[in-house]
Design a protein. Structure first.
Length: 154
């Protein structure tokens, strides 16, 4: 039986957030054997995508100490239609930060608390250009999510 993973991301094509997503996808593909993936820019992700997913990877740049407007818009559009229907879902968060990422992490965690999702690992916050160690942490996050879902841990 395959598990389902949704990757929702904000940011510009070719930017640092995209590199974090690519690393996480490498981890997903390396750790999972039976999973389905939907990759969606936050402005295109729907409530149907969210309800379909057993695990969610969120990726956002830090904008003025907050998440991207696109990711916030995704939350705004899906929260009430999905309310009470995604409780207990596993999620992971990646932040491409220009400052320190703390405001972004706090804002996302506040919102996902309302969804009642469970973090599979601490958020991956990458300040500045992602180096090999940062990309490895993103890869590990993707691997942890899919392996945990496949094993029934999450």
């Amino acid at each position: 039986m395959s598990v389902t993973v949704l990757l929702v991301y904000g940011g510009q094509p070719g930017g640092r957030t995209e590199r974090l997503c690519t690393a996480a996808l490498t981890g997903l593909r390396g750790a999972g054997e039976a999973f389905e993936l939907r990759e969606r820019p936050a402005l295109q992700a729907t409530v149907d995508d969210l309800l379909w997913a057993q695990g969610i990877l969120l990726a956002t740049p830090e904008h003025f100490g907050y998440m991207s407007g696109a990711l916030k818009h995704f939350f705004d559009r899906t929260f009430y239609p999905a309310e009470g229907r995604t409780e207990g879902r596993a999620y992971g968060l990646m932040v491409s930060a220009g400052n320190d990422g703390t405001g972004t992490v706090a804002a996302v965690e506040r919102i996902v608390t309302g969804y009642r999702w469970r973090a599979v690992a601490p958020p991956v916050v990458v300040v500045g250009e992602p180096d090999a160690a940062a990309l490895a942490r993103c890869e590990e996050l993707g691997a942890t999510l899919v392996a945990g879902l496949e094993a029934g841990v999450f």
